[in-house]
Design a protein around this ligand. Structure first.
Ligand code: SF4
Length: 347
């Protein structure tokens, strides 16, 4: 299967009528400039020249609220995207926007420009969390927009944030359960970070908001991610992409930032599964665990820490072997037993 190559075009805070407490789009996307159509074409050409496999290229408008941008500018951007799609140089067009910047006219226009995927920055489906985050839209509008996007035949993407003001594990799980009912094409999960020059930064310094610790964020996102995995929802990102600004020495004031956040969460999930499988089992031999390459590094953990912890807990040496497995299958060989499991059955 060929890997999707993405051409990211950032439209920072452009057109967004709102000021969410956590948002400083310039810092989050690392792009502070105004939109220049000529530069966008150059960017696309440059990316296309890098890609070896050009069969599955997606042009993605990230940041800001695309469908709230001035209509003429929106169409000029879409014009460029459609031109490349018509020439067969890109396969799909994606964008992100606010749930209240969707209506039938907007969707008809996006259809005309051959857009494939619309991602909604929903963040939470708890009214109190939306209000405290100054999202500027209510919960109902998320359901209406999501259903409309699907009715018009677009792929629906939903973005969830964990640790917003007023959020807790129960509300995060509720949001994930509601997302699952909307049956999105894909989901992104972001832990809330306190970024410079935001309302959240003020609240943080006034002691009105405290960010999640990395352990709590990993733990809460673990529960949410398990729900999505169990329901076969494609989670395409966990954690913000590190940029110059989003990094330890960038614009983060506080919050659970880690450059490999997803790996932290997935390691925890796999460790929980293995511990649950071996719970109360008497093991007399070395244990061999076979899995996909990705799971091998998750089980090993950074500097082999997870594996050492497991060996200590189970009292036996552990050998990790890579096999032709999907990411949900593990095979355990110990005593006289050779057993394959699906990790989803151990959540
Ligand atoms: S809707 Fe999006 S772009 Fe607008 S302020 Fe909120 S997070 Fe930022």
């Amino acid at each position: 299967m060929s890997k999707k190559n993405i051409i990211p075009i950032f439209v920072p805070h452009n057109g967004c009528p709102n000021d969410c407490v956590f948002c400083n789009q310039t810092k989050i996307t690392g792009q502070g400039k105004e939109i220049n159509l000529g530069e966008i074409k150059d960017t696309i050409d440059e990316y296309l020249s890098y890609f070896k496999d050009k069969s599955d290229v997606e042009l993605a408008f990230y940041g800001g609220s695309f469908t709230a941008i001035d209509f003429n500018l929106q169409n000029s951007l879409l014009d460029i995207a459609r031109e490349y799609k018509n020439k067969g140089l890109i396969k799909e067009i994606r964008m992100s926007t606010r749930p209240d910047a969707i209506d039938e006219n907007i969707l008809l226009n996006l259809k005309k420009y051959l857009v494939d995927t619309i991602e909604l920055g929903v963040q939470s489906l708890d009214s109190g969390v939306l209000k405290l985050s100054n999202r500027g839209h209510n919960v109902d509008c998320v359901y209406t927009s999501s259903n409309l996007i699907k009715e018009y035949g677009f792929n629906l993407g939903l973005q969830q944030m964990i640790g917003l003001p007023g959020d807790n594990i129960e509300k995060s799980i509720f949001t994930a359960e509601e997302f699952i009912k909307l049956n999105p094409h894909c989901v992104r999960i972001y832990p809330t970070l306190v970024i410079k020059d935001t309302k959240l930064e003020d609240d943080y310094y006034k002691g009105l908001y405290d960010s999640l610790s990395i352990d709590d964020a990993v733990n809460n996102i673990k529960e949410v991610l398990k729900l999505y995995i169990k329901n076969d929802i494609n989670v395409i990102r966990v954690g913000l992409q590190p940029t110059e600004e989003i990094n330890y020495d960038g614009s983060i004031v506080s919050g659970p930032f880690h450059p490999a956040f997803r790996q932290l969460v997935e390691s925890e999930i796999i460790m929980d599964v293995i511990k649950k499988y071996f719970n109360n089992k008497k093991i007399d031999t070395e244990i061999i665990i076979k899995s996909s390459g990705k799971n091998i590094s998750n089980i090993a953990g950074q500097k082999g820490r997870n594996k050492s912890e497991l060996q200590k807990k189970l009292g036996q040496n552990i050998k990790l072997k890579q096999g032709e497995f999907d990411n949900f299958t593990l095979e355990f060989l110990y005593n006289d037993i050779d057993e394959k499991i699906n990790i989803k059955n151990y959540f």
